[in-house]
Ligand binder design. Structure first.
Ligand SMILES: Cc1cc2nc3c(=O)[nH]c(=O)nc-3n(C[C@H](O)[C@H](O)[C@H](O)COP(=O)(O)OP(=O)(O)OC[C@H]3O[C@@H](n4cnc5c(N)ncnc54)[C@H](O)[C@@H]3O)c2cc1C
Length: 390
């Protein structure tokens, strides 16, 4: 390709979202000197990272997701000292609400696992306790719930910026407007990748392409089961409808939830979108109407609010079949690694994912066994099980 970039690096990371940036930083502190992060967009975080609302929770239904949250939580506390950027970690809590004995049973089982895994502040709560944690909701049918005070909120863009800035200080290069369109491999090794601006070769390649990761892997005829799923966010016009410290409040039957973000009430309902094709991220009016109707029933204060249509947005979740991250080396291509399919938890788990993948590439042992997250699990039929509580 005369006149175009031909660049060689030690490691090339494809995707400058929060996961790619975290991996770049963690590889650099593990001694890698020549790291290049490529993205098809014109800057960092223009995929799902820039669309995330920024929830952080330790209340999960599988040991491995709890471990990822625990490690990330620890790293978020040290984040400002390490990177000079405040990750915006606010311990407002996540409050899960049950309306039936079955729902309460699931929350109880998940809570036992969380306790076993060291999340000591996750607790089952009575209706009286819920009234103190969030007095604003409609209590009809609520029978109990669970709450963890060290769950809460983080700022996705600040975490991304922290990793990008620290990586750059350590010599990592970022290249934008470079969409990877071809992967050249010989036998079981990738030799180079091709973008609209040229060809790049490296010893190691890492797929951090978020919701587009399955398509990217397909360029090397690899099957990576990551699907994109549109997620919409409804923001209300009025300010300070609820106190800023109101916990993320989730009805476990439908997963309808709300929170305060930047002084505004924000409504979320992860249901099936009408249009989930072609990476579409338009906000559907029918969805806005539906979610607002639910909100008025569950949160009386929402009746005095109105939807700020211009401020609503949508983005893509990167779904794996068992809703757990796919982390580790490709089964076939020995120099191709995956950090994909976090299934909507990628920002909160990005500190742990970066540390663990960089460690694995360097052959370091970790207290967290990430073998369970390997892409091999789909071929072997060893999908990760979890206690589904919402
Ligand atoms: C509405 C919404 C709310 C969310 N809320 C939360 C939350 O509360 N908490 C949480 O933890 N997570 C949340 N998420 C999920 C979170 O956003 C993702 O898990 C996370 O951002 C994934 O990070 P990533 O770096 O893997 O992907 P991305 O940020 O999407 O980065 C991937 C990058 O790869 C680039 N790319 C793709 N293909 C190519 C290619 N061929 N060549 C070059 N570059 C390419 C893209 O341009 C993109 O910049 C939410 C997501 C949405 C949509």
């Amino acid at each position: 390709m005369p006149g175009k970039d031909i660049r060689t690096a030690e490691v090339i990371i494809i995707g400058a979202g929060v996961i790619g940036a975290s991996i770049a930083y963690h590889l650099s502190i593990n001694g890698f000197k020549d790291i290049l992060v490529l993205d098809g967009a014109s800057g960092p975080g223009m995929g799902s990272t820039g669309k995330a609302t920024g929830g952080f929770r330790r209340q999960f239904g599988s040991k491995i997701n709890i471990e990822l949250s625990q490690l990330s939580g620890k790293k978020l506390i040290d984040f400002k000292d390490e990177h000079g950027v405040d990750p915006g970690y606010i311990k407002a809590g996540y409050l899960f609400l049950a309306q039936s004995p079955d729902e309460m049973k699931n929350l109880t089982q998940a809570n036992a696992l969380q306790q076993e895994s060291g999340v000591k502040d996750a607790a089952l709560v009575t209706v009286d306790e819920i009234e103190k944690l969030n007095p604003h909701i409609n209590f009809s049918n609520i029978t109990g719930g669970s709450f963890c005070g060290s769950d809460g909120f983080i700022d996705p863009k600040s975490i991304l910026n922290g990793y990008v800035l620290s990586s750059q200080k350590r010599g990592v290069n970022f290249g934008y407007d470079k969409r990877v369109e071809k992967i050249n491999y010989t036998g079981n090794r990738i030799e180079s990748i091709e973008t609209s601006t040229g060809k790049f070769s490296a010893e190691i390649f890492i797929n951090a392409a978020g919701a587009w990761a399955g398509w990217l892997a397909g360029l090397a005829t690899e099957y990576l089961p990551v699907k994109h799923l549109k997620r919409q966010v409804c923001r209300m016009k009025e300010k300070n409808t609820l106190p800023a410290g109101t916990p993320m409040t989730v009805w476990v039957d439908s997963a309808f939830h709300f929170r305060m973000k930047d002084d505004h009430l924000v409504l979320l309902h992860p249901d099936q979108p009408e249009n989930n094709y072609n990476y579409d991220i338009t906000v559907e009016n029918s969805w806005l109407e539906r979610v607002y109707k639910i909100a008025k029933e569950k949160l009386p204060a929402a009746k005095d609010c109105s939807i700020d249509t211009q401020a609503c947005w949508a983005g893509l979740y990167e779904m794996s079949p068992d809703e757990h991250v796919i982390l580790g080396r490709s089964d076939f291509l020995e120099n191709f690694y995956y950090a994909n399919g976090s299934s909507g938890h990628g920002v909160m788990h990005s500190p742990a994912i970066g540390e663990l993948l960089a460690g694995a590439i360097c052959g370091k042992k970790s207290d967290i066994d990430i073998d369970i997250l390997s892409p091999r699990r789909f071929k072997e039929g060893k999908l990760i099980e979890q206690i589904r509580f919402f």
